[in-house]
Design a protein around this ligand. Sequence first.
Ligand SMILES: [Ca+2]
Ligand SMILES: [Ca+2]
Length: 495
Amino acid sequence: MTRKTTIASMLLLCALAAAAVSCGSGDGTTISTDTAPTSGDAAETAAETTVSTDDRPALNLPEKDFNGESLRILGYETGVDCIKQYDFYYDEASAGELVNDAIHKRNMLIEERYNCVIEVTNDKTPKVTARNSITAGSDDFDIMELYINDAMSMAMEGMFLNWYDLDYISMDESWWDQAIQRDLAIYDRIYVMTGDISVYDEELNYCVYFNKQVATNNDIPDVYEMARNKTWTMDVMYELGKSVAKDLNGDGVRDENDQFGLLSDSGMMFLFYFTCGNNFVTLDENGEPYFTVESERTFDVCDSLVEFFSDTDTMLWASKCSNTWTTLDKVFMENRNLFRPGSIYDIVYYRNMEHDFGILPYPLFDEQQEDYYHLIATHVCPGICVPTTNAKLDMTSYLLEALAYESRDTVTEAYYDLNLYTKMARDDESGDMLDIIFSTKRYDLGFVFDWGSLRSSLETLVTSGKSFSTVWESKEKSAQKAMEETMEFYRSNDN
Ligand SMILES: [Ca+2]
Ligand SMILES: [Ca+2]
């Protein structure tokens, strides 16, 4: 599947929607089945012929020659937390791997065209290295890739520059993430960015894996079709999951030796709070954040989620297994589970699975929810920051813009089309599902700054036996105070 068909599928989705009138941590993963686009064939063909090879404006940069200067990048070593890919580092030992080769191709293009060198330092603890360097006032790196939550809190200490102040960066263009700006830019200021330039905002998104063998054996209906029609809801996932769960060995106990409908953990409730269409915090039209926790809907959703997670005959919890998340992967690969809500990066674990799996979005809470909602796991997702110690801002912002532009048809394309769509996901429809997931990405300031530690409240809600309305009542004051402290930075600093 090419990038072109990806765009075509997105247009198709819009067309269908229009026709219908409106248009961790330890963490997990999941899958789905089934068949062919029907009514969309004509629309897809039409879209195919009208989308040119590059639908974007040309890169708008003057000619430059950087005389062999280096752009010095600090980033994560692979193997740390959930990091399985690089954004800038070309690993010669992995030559032949698609994303790695695409990084090489893009870097060579930029280095040759602008006479510069892309120099990458992979670090196990870049947050510590970054902090030490900036605190010492040392100009060691031009850009840094740090977890978005860490980056935002370090920005409150004056360590990073506002991207809107960087020359040469076209923040409105599609190669820069528009969602992160919509959701995190208090007073039009943003200190960490992502987009085509990075694969992490895809890797650290979430999806539900679906075991096709288990689906076939249990006559599960076409879940892809439901996802497209937006009838893919929590109730549907739960009921279908419940229908396949059984005490496989008949010992009267449900444990990791049995068959389940869902694999997750009570601690993942925080994620479902978001995917069911709720925020902690929303930005108003003036770029001012306010809490959106207190409503009948959020409290109802949380009550339902507690019930959903509490049915441990249907859902196997990682925390109750001998080898936590690894056990869940084993149960999934042994065809003893239907749905596995997880993360996109988990896909590599299922690459060698004997039976087929598919990918679905996280379900809507109910059919009244307007759209799917996919939170980016900003606590473990790196984004790009420009440190205040940067002494080559002109060159840095210029090369960031050029790298971002050239990444779409190189690194991003390799990641989407080859790595995910064909190599691993094993069916075309999973590609359509990924389009849905990537186009409904969201961020949340309350999650990023952890005002009032609401995430941990939700992580323990199922086991605490409390209602979320009670928890919010006890947290509201401290949450408001924490938000106000952050806002003092934004009010008292101009950059
Ligand atoms: Ca990306
Ligand atoms: Ca049993």
